[in-house]
Design a protein around this ligand. Structure first.
Ligand code: SF4
Length: 70
């Protein structure tokens, strides 16, 4: 059996997200923006937990959620 892929550090509520791009600026490498400015979350890139908390707090649409570690 192959190992499970790493879960992303954050999850985006795509209905609520308005494409401000704040998350990509804070979570550089873990989140990039698509051609319309909406976030793409990259699994396997573990950002600093304090940066995750900052990005969640500063998301103007409250669309960014921190993944709970299991
Ligand atoms: S900061 Fe929030 S609203 Fe802006 S792109 Fe990221 S998730 Fe979407």
């Amino acid at each position: 059996m192959s190992p499970r892929p790493a879960a992303p550090a954050v999850v985006v509520d795509r209905v609520a997200c308005t494409g401000h791009g704040v998350c990509a600026g804070i979570l550089e490498g873990a989140v990039t923006l698509d051609e319309w400015g909406y976030p793409i979350v990259h699994a396997g890139v573990e950002p600093d937990p304090s940066h995750v908390a900052t990005a969640v707090t500063l998301c103007p649409a409250r669309a960014l959620l921190a993944r709970r570690s299991s």
